[in-house]
Design a protein around this ligand. Sequence first.
Ligand SMILES: Cc1cc2nc3c(=O)[nH]c(=O)nc-3n(C[C@H](O)[C@H](O)[C@H](O)COP(=O)(O)OP(=O)(O)OC[C@H]3O[C@@H](n4cnc5c(N)ncnc54)[C@H](O)[C@@H]3O)c2cc1C
Length: 305
Amino acid sequence: MIDKLPEVRGKYVEKASLADITWFRVGGPSDVLFLPEDADDLASFLRECPSDIPITVVGVGSNLLVRDGGVRGVVIRLGSGFSNIEVDGKMVRAGAAALDASVAKVAQRAGLAGLEFYGGIPGTIGGALRMNAGSYGRETKDVLEHCLAMDRDGEVHKLYAEEMGFTYRHCSISEEWIFTEGSYVGTPDDPENILARMNEVTTSRQSSQPVRARTGGSTFKNPDPDISGGLKSWELIDAAGCRGLKIGGAKVSEKHCNFLINEGDAKASDLEQLGEEVRARVAAQSGIDLSWEIRRIGEELAGGI
Ligand SMILES: Cc1cc2nc3c(=O)[nH]c(=O)nc-3n(C[C@H](O)[C@H](O)[C@H](O)COP(=O)(O)OP(=O)(O)OC[C@H]3O[C@@H](n4cnc5c(N)ncnc54)[C@H](O)[C@@H]3O)c2cc1C
Protein backbone atom coordinates (compact mmCIF):
# COMPACT_ATOMS: atom_id res chain seq x y z
CA MET A 1 0.00 0.00 0.00
CA ILE A 2 2.88 2.38 0.76
CA ASP A 3 3.59 2.81 -2.96
CA LYS A 4 0.12 4.38 -3.37
CA LEU A 5 0.77 6.93 -0.60
CA PRO A 6 2.25 10.40 -1.12
CA GLU A 7 5.78 11.30 -0.20
CA VAL A 8 5.93 12.72 3.31
CA ARG A 9 8.51 14.17 5.67
CA GLY A 10 7.18 12.03 8.53
CA LYS A 11 7.32 8.26 8.76
CA TYR A 12 5.33 5.32 7.40
CA VAL A 13 5.44 1.98 9.19
CA GLU A 14 3.97 -1.04 7.42
CA LYS A 15 2.07 -3.68 9.46
CA ALA A 16 2.56 -1.58 12.57
CA SER A 17 1.45 -3.10 15.85
CA LEU A 18 -1.46 -1.17 17.34
CA ALA A 19 -1.42 -3.37 20.46
CA ASP A 20 1.86 -1.65 21.32
CA ILE A 21 0.30 1.81 21.24
CA THR A 22 -3.03 1.22 23.00
CA TRP A 23 -3.78 0.81 26.69
CA PHE A 24 -5.51 -2.56 26.30
CA ARG A 25 -2.42 -3.96 24.55
CA VAL A 26 -4.55 -6.05 22.18
CA GLY A 27 -5.50 -6.05 18.52
CA GLY A 28 -4.05 -6.59 15.08
CA PRO A 29 -1.79 -4.28 13.04
CA SER A 30 -2.64 -1.35 10.80
CA ASP A 31 -1.81 -1.76 7.12
CA VAL A 32 0.23 1.43 7.49
CA LEU A 33 0.89 3.70 10.44
CA PHE A 34 1.68 7.30 9.47
CA LEU A 35 3.53 9.55 11.92
CA PRO A 36 3.35 13.06 10.44
CA GLU A 37 6.22 15.41 11.13
CA ASP A 38 4.01 18.48 11.65
CA ALA A 39 0.74 20.11 10.53
CA ASP A 40 2.03 20.97 7.02
CA ASP A 41 3.13 17.37 6.50
CA LEU A 42 -0.27 16.11 7.64
CA ALA A 43 -2.07 18.58 5.36
CA SER A 44 -0.07 17.59 2.27
CA PHE A 45 -0.59 13.88 3.06
CA LEU A 46 -4.37 14.42 3.31
CA ARG A 47 -4.45 16.46 0.08
CA GLU A 48 -2.63 13.79 -1.88
CA CYS A 49 -3.77 10.52 -0.28
CA PRO A 50 -6.11 8.61 -2.66
CA SER A 51 -9.67 8.99 -1.39
CA ASP A 52 -10.36 5.22 -1.45
CA ILE A 53 -7.76 4.57 1.25
CA PRO A 54 -9.42 4.59 4.67
CA ILE A 55 -7.86 6.85 7.30
CA THR A 56 -8.20 6.46 11.07
CA VAL A 57 -6.62 8.77 13.64
CA VAL A 58 -5.62 7.60 17.10
CA GLY A 59 -4.26 9.33 20.17
CA VAL A 60 -2.57 7.26 22.86
CA GLY A 61 -5.27 4.59 22.68
CA SER A 62 -6.66 5.04 26.20
CA ASN A 63 -10.21 4.71 24.93
CA LEU A 64 -9.67 2.27 22.08
CA LEU A 65 -10.26 -1.41 21.51
CA VAL A 66 -8.50 -2.47 18.31
CA ARG A 67 -9.98 -5.70 16.98
CA ASP A 68 -7.77 -8.74 16.35
CA GLY A 69 -7.86 -8.45 12.54
CA GLY A 70 -6.31 -4.97 12.70
CA VAL A 71 -7.20 -1.78 10.82
CA ARG A 72 -7.27 -1.45 7.05
CA GLY A 73 -5.77 1.59 5.40
CA VAL A 74 -3.71 4.22 7.16
CA VAL A 75 -3.73 4.87 10.90
CA ILE A 76 -2.42 8.32 11.78
CA ARG A 77 -0.80 9.03 15.11
CA LEU A 78 0.27 12.60 15.88
CA GLY A 79 3.61 12.97 17.64
CA SER A 80 6.01 15.60 18.91
CA GLY A 81 5.25 18.03 16.06
CA PHE A 82 1.80 18.38 17.64
CA SER A 83 2.60 18.38 21.34
CA ASN A 84 3.49 21.98 22.04
CA ILE A 85 1.75 23.68 24.99
CA GLU A 86 1.78 27.49 25.33
CA VAL A 87 0.23 29.92 27.76
CA ASP A 88 -0.81 33.40 26.66
CA GLY A 89 -2.66 35.39 29.33
CA LYS A 90 -5.68 33.29 30.29
CA MET A 91 -5.38 31.07 27.21
CA VAL A 92 -3.69 27.68 27.10
CA ARG A 93 -2.99 26.43 23.58
CA ALA A 94 -2.08 22.78 23.18
CA GLY A 95 -1.25 20.58 20.22
CA ALA A 96 -3.50 17.56 19.73
CA ALA A 97 -0.76 15.11 20.74
CA ALA A 98 -0.13 16.86 24.08
CA LEU A 99 -1.23 14.74 27.00
CA ASP A 100 -4.21 16.06 28.96
CA ALA A 101 -2.20 15.68 32.17
CA SER A 102 0.65 17.82 30.77
CA VAL A 103 -1.82 20.53 29.77
CA ALA A 104 -3.31 20.48 33.29
CA LYS A 105 0.19 20.77 34.77
CA VAL A 106 1.20 23.71 32.54
CA ALA A 107 -2.07 25.52 33.38
CA GLN A 108 -1.54 24.87 37.09
CA ARG A 109 2.00 26.25 37.02
CA ALA A 110 0.77 29.33 35.15
CA GLY A 111 -1.88 29.91 37.84
CA LEU A 112 -4.82 29.09 35.55
CA ALA A 113 -7.64 27.11 37.12
CA GLY A 114 -10.34 25.07 35.39
CA LEU A 115 -8.23 22.42 33.70
CA GLU A 116 -7.53 20.40 36.86
CA PHE A 117 -9.86 17.63 35.67
CA TYR A 118 -7.48 16.89 32.77
CA GLY A 119 -4.86 15.91 35.37
CA GLY A 120 -6.12 12.35 35.66
CA ILE A 121 -7.35 11.64 32.13
CA PRO A 122 -4.68 9.55 30.43
CA GLY A 123 -5.38 10.66 26.83
CA THR A 124 -4.29 13.38 24.40
CA ILE A 125 -5.99 16.66 23.53
CA GLY A 126 -7.10 15.14 20.19
CA GLY A 127 -8.85 12.31 22.03
CA ALA A 128 -10.30 14.74 24.56
CA LEU A 129 -11.82 16.89 21.80
CA ARG A 130 -13.30 13.86 20.03
CA MET A 131 -14.66 12.33 23.25
CA ASN A 132 -15.55 15.54 25.14
CA ALA A 133 -13.41 13.98 27.87
CA GLY A 134 -14.36 14.93 31.38
CA SER A 135 -14.30 13.96 35.01
CA TYR A 136 -15.35 15.14 38.42
CA GLY A 137 -18.14 17.31 37.07
CA ARG A 138 -16.26 19.09 34.27
CA GLU A 139 -15.93 18.34 30.59
CA THR A 140 -13.82 19.58 27.68
CA LYS A 141 -16.77 21.68 26.50
CA ASP A 142 -16.61 23.75 29.71
CA VAL A 143 -13.07 25.02 29.11
CA LEU A 144 -12.48 24.90 25.35
CA GLU A 145 -12.45 28.22 23.51
CA HIS A 146 -11.75 26.89 20.05
CA CYS A 147 -9.82 24.18 18.26
CA LEU A 148 -8.31 23.53 14.84
CA ALA A 149 -9.29 20.55 12.73
CA MET A 150 -8.15 19.34 9.31
CA ASP A 151 -10.61 17.85 6.87
CA ARG A 152 -9.88 14.99 4.46
CA ASP A 153 -8.53 17.52 1.91
CA GLY A 154 -6.06 18.99 4.38
CA GLU A 155 -8.07 22.22 4.83
CA VAL A 156 -7.83 23.70 8.33
CA HIS A 157 -11.04 24.74 10.12
CA LYS A 158 -11.27 26.87 13.25
CA LEU A 159 -14.13 25.61 15.39
CA TYR A 160 -15.46 27.39 18.47
CA ALA A 161 -16.66 25.26 21.39
CA GLU A 162 -20.30 26.00 20.58
CA GLU A 163 -19.81 24.65 17.04
CA MET A 164 -18.49 21.28 18.25
CA GLY A 165 -21.87 19.68 19.03
CA PHE A 166 -20.51 18.47 22.35
CA THR A 167 -22.67 16.12 24.37
CA TYR A 168 -21.69 13.54 26.97
CA ARG A 169 -18.50 11.83 25.66
CA HIS A 170 -19.27 12.91 22.13
CA CYS A 171 -18.69 15.67 19.61
CA SER A 172 -20.53 15.87 16.32
CA ILE A 173 -17.66 16.96 14.07
CA SER A 174 -17.11 14.59 11.13
CA GLU A 175 -15.16 11.46 12.12
CA GLU A 176 -12.94 12.17 9.10
CA TRP A 177 -11.65 15.43 10.58
CA ILE A 178 -8.42 15.42 12.55
CA PHE A 179 -8.03 17.79 15.48
CA THR A 180 -4.61 19.38 15.51
CA GLU A 181 -4.86 21.87 18.35
CA GLY A 182 -7.10 23.05 21.21
CA SER A 183 -7.22 26.47 22.93
CA TYR A 184 -8.61 26.68 26.42
CA VAL A 185 -9.57 29.52 28.75
CA GLY A 186 -8.44 29.31 32.37
CA THR A 187 -9.38 31.36 35.41
CA PRO A 188 -6.56 33.00 37.39
CA ASP A 189 -5.99 31.33 40.76
CA ASP A 190 -3.17 30.53 43.17
CA PRO A 191 -1.06 27.65 41.72
CA GLU A 192 -0.95 26.00 45.17
CA ASN A 193 -4.76 25.89 45.37
CA ILE A 194 -4.94 24.43 41.88
CA LEU A 195 -2.32 21.84 42.76
CA ALA A 196 -4.22 20.84 45.90
CA ARG A 197 -7.37 20.23 43.82
CA MET A 198 -5.41 18.21 41.25
CA ASN A 199 -3.89 16.06 43.99
CA GLU A 200 -7.34 15.43 45.47
CA VAL A 201 -8.60 14.13 42.13
CA THR A 202 -5.52 11.92 41.65
CA THR A 203 -5.89 10.35 45.09
CA SER A 204 -9.59 9.73 44.59
CA ARG A 205 -8.95 8.17 41.16
CA GLN A 206 -6.18 5.89 42.39
CA SER A 207 -8.40 4.54 45.14
CA SER A 208 -11.42 3.92 42.92
CA GLN A 209 -10.06 2.96 39.46
CA PRO A 210 -7.59 0.38 38.14
CA VAL A 211 -5.42 3.19 36.72
CA ARG A 212 -2.35 1.03 36.13
CA ALA A 213 -4.13 -1.87 34.44
CA ARG A 214 -4.41 -2.72 30.74
CA THR A 215 -7.80 -1.09 30.35
CA GLY A 216 -9.74 1.38 28.23
CA GLY A 217 -11.27 3.42 31.04
CA SER A 218 -15.05 3.49 31.39
CA THR A 219 -16.43 0.86 29.04
CA PHE A 220 -20.00 2.16 28.85
CA LYS A 221 -21.47 5.64 28.98
CA ASN A 222 -23.61 6.36 32.00
CA PRO A 223 -27.25 6.08 30.92
CA ASP A 224 -29.65 9.01 30.99
CA PRO A 225 -30.54 9.39 34.71
CA ASP A 226 -34.23 9.80 33.77
CA ILE A 227 -34.14 6.28 32.33
CA SER A 228 -31.87 4.61 34.90
CA GLY A 229 -33.34 6.31 37.98
CA GLY A 230 -29.96 7.98 38.51
CA LEU A 231 -28.02 4.71 38.55
CA LYS A 232 -24.61 4.84 36.89
CA SER A 233 -23.30 2.13 34.58
CA TRP A 234 -21.10 0.58 37.27
CA GLU A 235 -24.08 0.27 39.61
CA LEU A 236 -26.16 -1.45 36.93
CA ILE A 237 -23.25 -3.75 36.08
CA ASP A 238 -22.74 -4.59 39.75
CA ALA A 239 -26.46 -5.23 40.26
CA ALA A 240 -26.41 -7.59 37.27
CA GLY A 241 -23.71 -9.65 39.03
CA CYS A 242 -20.94 -8.88 36.54
CA ARG A 243 -18.19 -7.68 38.91
CA GLY A 244 -15.20 -10.00 38.31
CA LEU A 245 -16.88 -11.74 35.32
CA LYS A 246 -14.32 -13.28 32.92
CA ILE A 247 -14.10 -14.38 29.30
CA GLY A 248 -10.71 -15.74 28.19
CA GLY A 249 -8.09 -13.27 29.37
CA ALA A 250 -10.62 -10.46 29.82
CA LYS A 251 -12.14 -9.57 33.16
CA VAL A 252 -14.58 -7.03 34.59
CA SER A 253 -12.53 -5.09 37.13
CA GLU A 254 -13.24 -5.90 40.76
CA LYS A 255 -12.18 -2.38 41.69
CA HIS A 256 -14.44 -0.47 39.27
CA CYS A 257 -16.86 -2.68 37.40
CA ASN A 258 -17.33 -0.31 34.46
CA PHE A 259 -13.68 -1.04 33.56
CA LEU A 260 -12.65 -4.10 31.53
CA ILE A 261 -9.16 -5.46 32.10
CA ASN A 262 -6.79 -7.43 29.92
CA GLU A 263 -5.28 -9.80 32.46
CA GLY A 264 -2.29 -10.36 30.20
CA ASP A 265 -3.29 -12.76 27.45
CA ALA A 266 -6.67 -11.38 26.39
CA LYS A 267 -7.59 -11.10 22.74
CA ALA A 268 -9.64 -8.14 21.59
CA SER A 269 -12.47 -10.61 20.94
CA ASP A 270 -12.41 -11.68 24.63
CA LEU A 271 -12.81 -8.05 25.69
CA GLU A 272 -15.53 -7.29 23.16
CA GLN A 273 -17.44 -10.49 23.99
CA LEU A 274 -17.18 -9.72 27.68
CA GLY A 275 -18.53 -6.21 27.08
CA GLU A 276 -21.45 -7.63 25.08
CA GLU A 277 -22.12 -10.21 27.81
CA VAL A 278 -22.24 -7.41 30.39
CA ARG A 279 -24.64 -5.42 28.20
CA ALA A 280 -26.90 -8.48 27.82
CA ARG A 281 -26.93 -9.20 31.56
CA VAL A 282 -27.63 -5.57 32.44
CA ALA A 283 -30.45 -5.45 29.87
CA ALA A 284 -31.95 -8.66 31.28
CA GLN A 285 -31.68 -7.44 34.87
CA SER A 286 -32.70 -3.77 34.51
CA GLY A 287 -34.07 -3.35 30.99
CA ILE A 288 -31.36 -0.72 30.31
CA ASP A 289 -29.35 -0.85 27.12
CA LEU A 290 -25.80 0.32 27.89
CA SER A 291 -23.91 1.95 25.04
CA TRP A 292 -20.19 1.59 24.51
CA GLU A 293 -18.03 4.57 25.43
CA ILE A 294 -14.87 2.74 24.35
CA ARG A 295 -14.28 3.12 20.63
CA ARG A 296 -13.94 -0.22 18.84
CA ILE A 297 -12.04 -0.08 15.57
CA GLY A 298 -10.79 -2.51 12.95
CA GLU A 299 -11.80 -5.93 11.76
CA GLU A 300 -12.56 -9.14 13.55
CA LEU A 301 -10.51 -12.23 12.74
CA ALA A 302 -12.49 -15.01 11.05
CA GLY A 303 -13.94 -17.06 13.91
CA GLY A 304 -13.78 -14.08 16.34
CA ILE A 305 -16.72 -12.23 17.82
C1 LIG B 1 -7.39 4.44 33.42
C2 LIG B 1 -8.24 5.30 32.52
C3 LIG B 1 -9.01 6.32 33.05
C4 LIG B 1 -9.81 7.12 32.23
N1 LIG B 1 -10.54 8.13 32.80
C5 LIG B 1 -11.28 8.93 32.01
C6 LIG B 1 -12.04 10.02 32.57
O1 LIG B 1 -12.03 10.25 33.76
N2 LIG B 1 -12.76 10.79 31.72
C7 LIG B 1 -12.81 10.58 30.38
O2 LIG B 1 -13.48 11.33 29.67
N3 LIG B 1 -12.11 9.56 29.82
C8 LIG B 1 -11.35 8.74 30.60
N4 LIG B 1 -10.65 7.71 30.03
C9 LIG B 1 -10.77 7.46 28.57
C10 LIG B 1 -9.75 8.21 27.71
O3 LIG B 1 -8.59 8.55 28.44
C11 LIG B 1 -10.34 9.46 27.07
O4 LIG B 1 -11.46 9.16 26.27
C12 LIG B 1 -9.32 10.20 26.21
O5 LIG B 1 -9.87 11.43 25.82
C13 LIG B 1 -8.90 9.43 24.96
O6 LIG B 1 -7.77 10.07 24.41
P1 LIG B 1 -6.71 9.27 23.55
O7 LIG B 1 -5.67 10.20 23.09
O8 LIG B 1 -6.23 8.07 24.30
O9 LIG B 1 -7.62 8.82 22.33
P2 LIG B 1 -7.76 7.38 21.68
O10 LIG B 1 -8.22 6.40 22.70
O11 LIG B 1 -6.53 7.03 20.94
O12 LIG B 1 -8.95 7.65 20.65
C14 LIG B 1 -10.25 7.90 21.14
C15 LIG B 1 -11.08 8.50 20.00
O13 LIG B 1 -10.57 9.80 19.73
C16 LIG B 1 -10.25 9.90 18.34
N5 LIG B 1 -9.07 10.79 18.22
C17 LIG B 1 -7.89 10.68 18.88
N6 LIG B 1 -7.07 11.68 18.50
C18 LIG B 1 -7.77 12.43 17.59
C19 LIG B 1 -7.47 13.60 16.83
N7 LIG B 1 -6.28 14.21 16.89
N8 LIG B 1 -8.43 14.07 16.01
C20 LIG B 1 -9.63 13.46 15.89
N9 LIG B 1 -9.98 12.35 16.58
C21 LIG B 1 -9.05 11.85 17.42
C22 LIG B 1 -9.97 8.48 17.88
O14 LIG B 1 -10.20 8.35 16.49
C23 LIG B 1 -10.99 7.71 18.70
O15 LIG B 1 -12.27 7.76 18.10
C24 LIG B 1 -9.84 6.88 30.83
C25 LIG B 1 -9.06 5.86 30.29
C26 LIG B 1 -8.27 5.07 31.11
C27 LIG B 1 -7.43 3.99 30.49
